[in-house]
Design a binder for this molecule. Structure first.
Ligand code: AMP
Ligand code: ZN
Length: 460
């Protein structure tokens, strides 16, 4: 792992206070929960905009020495997953297992860090039932016809996150004849014929949990009652996150998360990219158009996460050029410095791009500073010692952004050998790993271990 970068603390916009706040480290680990995908189809690149922003935050927290513990859940029981399993005539878990694997493969291809924990709703039924039970016992929830609802009138801060007024809350809430008040929301849904064989027996009857409960139950289980950051796409602000606050705080009597992190939408022609609008692209679509996962990653990260990002082919093309320029500069620094010097170099900032990343994840500003530095160096080349120091910073910035500009130039057989070596290391089969490293070197490449895996470099 890289050394801690600066003693700069990370600043992040908090949706609850509507301010950019400093993230205060606490305890040994810094808990970070991001609402994950609903697994009934391929995730689209709008979903990946959110997961990439979460990945960026996690990388910046790692480099800044916060020791993040990153949880991203899998929603594997809801109307869509149940309908998908039924249409395909297979059990729910077989259906969701397939899409969970597809999601993980895309995450890997896009270079997303593996979360420390990836819990699913189906795997956490007991925890969800216990949470619902606690809310009933504390009179925050009531049972109607086998369903359990959170009684919003008992929670005076309801609407604080989304800042919706009482009347607006009523307008957007789901209507159901069973609820005492229209803004009350389901914690447990009584079994209905359309759910077929998907149900669990609980103390309040046969059924399944409401969607909001899963994130509260899993966040509380893995991160404790009060943790660092909770995030997701901006569409989750209401009702999902509003409901999570109410039910979690009502159950524990403690503040839930310290910080709310929301990512603006990826749009096409000004409209949110979504399955229901039919204006989506998957990673496979992008590859078919001839663009690489790295070019997509760069495109989705290059805009500020709080601003909607309009997706165009031109932006992918611009990313290709930008990555090529970054790759050229990195290669040049490496030539001047030599690989061995890189590993020994201390961190110093030349570009101040790191400060921009620590200031509310300002990627456009960070990239601007990196390119300004590249430009400046063209007329003022560094000495070998300077190149070594700059390379150390460069590598850290590329790690923070998860960018490997040269990744596409690696021949498939070299990549395969390096992957096999990485797997052997994980299994602690060091003899095999060493043999594979020698094979990589025989092809004229070197493999360098990093925090998120490895980098391959052509020997010079
Ligand atoms: P879902 O699989 O629908 O539960 O969504 C997974 C994540 O993607 C959630 O955090 C959503 O808020 C987010 N998301 C959905 N559509 C978009 C979009 N067009 N742009 C950015 N994030 C999105
Ligand atoms: Zn959630």
């Amino acid at each position: 792992m890289f050394r801690e970068c600066h003693k700069v603390r990370v600043q992040l916009y908090d949706t609850l206070s509507r301010c950019v706040n400093t993230l205060e480290p606490y305890g040994e680990k810094f808990g970070f929960y991001c609402c994950g995908p609903t697994v009934y189809n391929f995730a689209h690149i709008g979903n990946f905009r959110t997961f990439l922003a979460a990945d960026l935050l996690c990388r910046v927290l790692k480099l800044a020495g916060y020791n993040p513990f990153y949880v991203r859940n899998i929603t594997d029981v809801d109307d869509k997953t149940i309908a998908g399993a039924q249409q395909n005539g297979i059990p729910l878990q077989e259906f969701t297992g397939h899409w969970k694997n597809a999601f993980r493969a895309d995450c890997h291809t896009l270079g997303l860090l593996q979360p420390n924990c990836e819990p699913s709703a189906v795997e956490h039924m007991d925890g969800q039932m216990a949470l619902v039970q606690a809310l009933i016992e504390k009179n925050f929830a009531y049972i109607r016809d086998g369903s359990v609802y959170f009684d919003v009138s008992t929670w005076k801060n309801y609407g604080r996150l989304s800042r919706l007024k009482e009347r607006e809350l009523r307008q957007v809430a789901e209507i159901s004849p069973d609820k005492k008040a229209v803004e009350d929301f389901a914690l447990w849904k009584a079994h209905k014929p359309a759910d077929g064989t998907v149900f669990w027996d609980s103390p309040f009857g046969r059924g399944r949990p409401g969607w909001h409960v899963e994130c509260s139950a899993m966040a509380l289980k893995y991160l404790g009652n009060n943790f660092g950051v909770h995030g997701g796409g901006i569409d989750l602000l209401f009702p999902h996150h509003e409901n999570e606050i109410a039910q979690s705080e009502a159950a524990t009597g403690q503040p839930f998360t310290r910080h709310w992190f929301h990512v603006a939408h990826l749009c096409v022609n000004g409209e949110k990219m979504s399955k229901s609008l039919g204006n989506l692209y998957t990673l496979a679509d992008i590859k078919q158009m001839g663009y690489s996962p790295m070019e997509l990653r760069y495109t989705l990260l290059a805009g500020h996460y709080r601003q909607p990002l309009n997706f165009t082919m031109e932006s992918l093309h611009a990313s290709r050029k930008a990555l090529a320029r970054l790759a050229r500069f990195g290669r040049w620094l490496r030539e001047l410095a030599g690989i061995d010097v890189l590993m020994a170099a201390e961190f110093r900032s030349f570009t101040s791009a790191w400060d921009a990343l620590c200031d509310d994840l300002n990627v456009p500003e960070a990239l601007g500073r990196m390119f300004a530095h590249v430009h400046q160096r063209e007329s003022d080349p560094p000495t070998s010692a300077q190149a070594a120091e700059e390379l150390a910073e460069w590598q850290r910035l590329l790690f923070a952004l998860g960018i490997r500009p040269e990744a596409e130039e690696i021949p498939a057989e070299i990549d395969q050998l390096a992957r096999a070596r990485s797997a052997a290391r994980k299994e602690k089969n060091f003899a095999k790993a060493d043999a594979l490293r020698r094979q990589v070197e025989d092809f004229g490449w070197t493999v360098e271990d990093t925090a998120d895996g490895y980098n391959l470099h052509k020997k010079r």
